[in-house]
Write a protein of this length. Structure first.
Lengths: 570, 384
């Protein structure tokens, strides 16, 4: 690489300003077919994003139906308990398999990961497109299963109920989840190879942005755990269609075996959901505090630690299943170990605020909401990892509240925060900042009203998945349902703020938040091949040479100062 | 790990001590708190204490984290155009090791506390009174050593009770919030749970025996009966698998059990249909109605005439008489399923004897003599 002499300032800004009007990945080629057959990671990511957001809308509608039904004991909006059972099953299955699992890695990750690495694309662009179409076939099959009568198995597909229920959509949805699983495996594989092979010169492992560490740890889980889900669902299909007894005791099978298989995937899957979210939070907090992230190595290693521990704690979903007390004891002990790397991350994020320069942008509000909600979600995990209290709380609304704090309050809130953070980069438009912040507050309040109530509901003894309940629980249910309406309003405002940017949003500068990682060094939206020249890799959390520029409404990086500091040529 | 091993006998001794304390008479059930329902079993105080300890640890961590977060954000707030602060720590190894080690010690503590009270929950005393529990969609059958059966759970007070659980169909889970116990009911294997309650609730009041109450969520009897739920999703009627636990002092329990064992034997043949029929119907009411509205199964209104008209019922056919068909439908429900109903009914083989089946058939035959709303027997000079 030849050394390009860098002027003290100016030219970088000029190139960034010049680019938005010219060619970018959205305008590079035109027509529907240019999207259908695209191999560009950014376009694939954007397609994932629309599909995930559409699924989120669908899953959200089912959530609102559920909450409305629970306003009163007995019938409220449907007199048929099996209709309610289909609603909660669909809500769970859609939100887990179609929304949260693909939301950060497949949608945001696909767009951002290669740019953050300074690469032109992922390692296997065709495999990337293939996994998108696998995902789409899975999503279409879910719709087909709805048309075939839906399914009422719960998203966990516990046997022998799932192999004996006569709702017609069970086999299509199992096939759908099987395909979605392969999509997830291929995306993970792609990311592992990309991170290993396409890092630019100078980006050592410990110079990687923490979002990449998180995606890398996630990808490893995706590749190692998802095949177990695939084979389990295949066995379920075999049992249901040709009556080979694997899980159904009336045919000689073992239903507890199914639970082991299922949670061997689905517990690590919880970390497929939360790890990339933690990565986003690390980015947002560091950039908006404009200071180096506190304890970079601890955060990076804790991602890997969580990924490893995630494989050996699945049995804590089964403390009351009839599993032996020795197993329960071991799984309880190991489960506590996950608390430590999680706590370390939270402490590091809070410490990053210390003596920083905190800009309260919308993504930053989401990150702060994340810390608040994840702390509650994580701490209530202690109640559930503890053997004696879990016996009381298992399968009650306490568990429902706990995993909504982690999956929705943490993973999804981080995903929405990340969407705001990278929205200007992806679409080249600024959303309405005030509206975005207000919407974040409304979602935050609505979320707590909805789900904190459910902790009380559960510890008071209300079982989950109940269509009918005793009148003494009604007051909690009414509060919870009101919270869900508040949240729905908040999400509507978020949609207005984001989608409104296409019509009224200002043109986004290349670097609206003052980031140092590579994606902020290319134009917004990025050009088709990401970087006009191979970017220079510095310390992505050193913000000392980032300066505000009133003219562009964004930040610029004074690279000459950086060069002078560590003495390396660009 | 000697400490772990030492805990085992320790916990067993603990359980025995608790049982001994109970014999000598104990205080009232603990009252409902912000977090927990009333605690009525001997293990409840241990579980509640564990929960309380964890709660306070959570409050403390949460308060510190959120307070620091808010304080730092307020204090180091940056406004556009200001210079960034450049003096800040990048990392601090002693601090980071400290905040890794401190939570480690705390969670080890929580684990040990939870493990010890778990052993109390798990280990049934040797002298426990056994009750067999059969779960099936969507009800419970409790069987007592003398052959008595009930759909609500009746237990003696001041005595450890062990439930032996089995399922006839899919997974269920038996949960008694006031006792802090829960155990999955797994088809194809037996599971166990135990508890001891020292506070008698008394027998259910008369209003609780209303045969037409379709749900158990009616007005609460003043007595402190304890709710019992199914907590493993089992299909359409999952949220209807709620019953109650009644705790009786030893004498009342003994009397109740022997009365319960022979209730049907004492009823003369000709009074069966109105004395035993409505009572037995309570096991059918989740799926069948009396008023002509079809549920998961067909309504019983006019069922005898319909059965007589079935093509496979009659002399020389598969079922010689309508009684034959109904009897088979109760014992082998899948034998002949009439569309459009699914094969959803569980078998009652081993749960209803011939006399009980006679009572049900008689009830079906005489349905017109019962008020379809209240279920009252209209020609009842003899009843009561």
């Amino acid at each position: 690489m030849t050394t390009v002499p860098l002027p003290t300032s100016g030219p970088i800004r000029d190139t960034l300003e010049a680019r938005p009007d010219s060619d970018n990945y959205l305008t590079h080629t035109r027509g529907v077919l240019s999207w259908v057959f695209t191999l560009d990671h950014k376009r694939i990511g954007v397609m994932y994003m629309w599909a995930v957001l559409a699924s989120f809308l669908l899953g959200g509608i089912f959530a609102l139906l559920l909450r409305t039904e629970l306003l009163t004991p007995g019938p409220t909006i449907t007199a048929d308990a099996s209709v309610y059972n289909k609603w909660f099953t669909l809500h769970g299955a859609i939100m887990v398999f179609l929304v949260i699992i693909p939301s950060i890695p497949a949608a945001l990750g696909n767009v951002i990961l290669p740019i953050m690495l300074g690469a032109k694309d992922v390692a296997f662009p065709k495999l990337n497109l293939f996994s998108f179409y696998l995902w789409m076939s899975g999503a279409v099959l879910c719709i087909v299963s709805l048309a075939m009568g839906g399914f009422d198995t719960g998203w966990t597909f516990y046997t022998p109920y799932s192999t004996t229920t006569d709702t017609g959509g069970v086999i299509p949805v199992l096939t759908a989840v099987f395909l979605l699983g392969f999509s997830s495996i291929f995306t993970g594989l792609n990311f592992v190879v990309t991170v290993h092979k396409l890092r630019p010169p100078g980006m050592t492992w410990f110079r990687m942005p923490l979002f990449l560490w998180a995606l890398y740890a996630t990808a490893i889980i995706q590749v190692l755990a998802t095949p177990v889900l695939g084979i389990t669902l295949l066995l379920l299909i075999v049992e249901r269609t040709i009556n080979i007894g694997i899980f159904n005791p009336s045919m000689g099978g073992d239903p507890v075996l199914y639970q082991h298989f299922f949670w061997f995937y689905s517990h690590p899957a919880v970390y497929i959901m939360i790890l990339p979210a933690m990565g986003i939070i690390s980015e947002i907090i560091a950039i908006n505090s404009h200071r180096s992230i506190f304890g970079y190595r601890f955060i990076a290693f804790s991602s890997i630690a969580i990924a490893m521990f995630s494989f050996i704690v699945w049995g804590h979903h089964m403390f009351t299943s009839g599993q032996s007390p020795l197993m329960n004891t071991l799984f309880s002990a190991i489960s506590f170990s996950v608390a430590i790397p999680s706590a370390v991350k939270v402490f590091n994020w809070v410490a990053t605020l210390y003596k920083g320069s905190v800009s309260l942008t919308t993504p930053m509000w989401y990150a702060l909401a994340f810390i608040f909600l994840f702390t509650i979600g994580g701490l209530t995990g202690l109640h559930l990892a503890t053997l004696s209290t879990d016996v009381h709380l298992h399968d009650t609304y306490f568990v429902v509240a706990h995993f909504h704090y982690v999956m929705m309050g943490s993973a999804l809130i981080a995903m929405i925060g990340g969407l705001h953070h990278w929205w200007p980069k992806i679409f080249g438009r600024m959303y309405h900042e005030k509206l975005g912040t207000v919407a974040c507050w409304i979602i935050f309040i609505g979320f707590n009203v909805t789900f904190f109530t459910q902790f009380m509901l559960g510890s008071q003894g209300m079982p989950r998945r109940y269509y009918d309940y005793q009148p003494e629980y009604q007051v909690y249910h009414v509060i919870s349902t009101m919270g869900s309406y508040i949240m729905a309003f908040g999400f509507t405002l978020t949609a207005v703020s984001l989608f409104g940017s296409f019509f009224t949003g200002q043109r986004a500068p290349a670097n609206p938040w003052g980031g140092r990682s590579l994606e902020w060094q290319c134009a917004s939206p990025p050009p088709f091949d990401n970087f006009a020249k191979t970017p220079r890799v510095g310390d992505c959390y050193d913000f000392t040479d980032v300066h505000w520029d009133e003219k562009t409404g964004g930040y610029w990086v004074d690279e000459s100062a950086d060069t002078a500091k560590d003495g390396r040529p660009a | 790990m000697p400490t772990m091993l030492q805990l085992l006998p320790n916990a067993a001794a603990h359980a025995v001590a608790a049982a001994a304390a109970a014999q000598s008479g104990a205080a009232e059930p603990s009252p409902r708190t912000f977090w927990m329902p009333p605690g009525a079993s001997t293990i409840a105080p241990g579980v509640d204490l564990t929960l309380e300890v964890i709660n306070w640890i959570c409050y403390a961590f949460f308060a510190v984290i959120v307070a620091l977060m808010v304080y730092f954000v307020a204090k180091y707030r940056h406004r556009r155009g200001e210079r960034f602060r450049t003096e800040f720590p990048h990392h601090n190894t002693p601090l980071e090791i400290g905040w890794s080690v401190l939570p480690t010690l705390i969670v080890i503590g929580i684990f040990v506390v939870g493990f010890r009270s778990y052993l109390d929950i798990y280990t049934a005393p040797k002298n426990a009174f056994d009750i067999k529990v059969t779960a099936q969609k969507w009800g419970w059958t409790f069987q007592y050593p003398n052959g008595a059966q009930s759909e609500d759970l009746y237990v003696p007070s001041g005595k450890p009770v062990r439930l032996v659980l089995r399922s006839n169909d899919v997974l269920h889970s038996l949960y008694i919030p006031d006792f802090r116990v829960k155990r999955d009911v797994v088809p194809g294997r037996y599971t166990y749970m135990w508890f001891q309650c020292d506070h008698p609730t008394g027998l259910p009041g008369a209003e609780l025996r209303d045969p037409n109450a379709k749900t158990v969520s009616g007005p609460l009897d003043a007595s402190q009966r304890h709710a019992l739920h199914c907590t493993e999703y089992c299909g359409t009627g999952h949220s209807k698998m709620n019953r109650y636990v009644y705790v009786l002092d030893e004498t009342t329990f003994g009397e109740w059990m022997s009365k319960q064992a022979q209730w049907i034997d004492d009823i003369p043949e000709e009074e069966l249909f109105f004395k035993a029929g409505p009572k037995l119907f309570q096991r059918c009411v989740q799926c069948h109605s009396l008023d002509g509205v079809n549920g998961i199964g067909p309504s019983w209104k006019g069922i005898i005439d319909r059965v007589k008209a079935y093509p496979m019922v009659g002399e020389g056919k598969k079922y010689a008489t309508y009684q034959d068909y109904i009897r088979t439908s109760i014992l082998v429900p899948g034998d002949y399923v009439v569309p459009p109903y699914a094969n959803a009914m569980p078998t009652f083989k081993g749960q209803l004897n011939d006399k009980a089946i006679d009572a049900l058939i008689g009830y079906m035959e005489h349905l017109d003599d019962f008020d379809p709303k209240t279920g009252k027997y209209l020609k009842a000079p003899a009843a009561k």
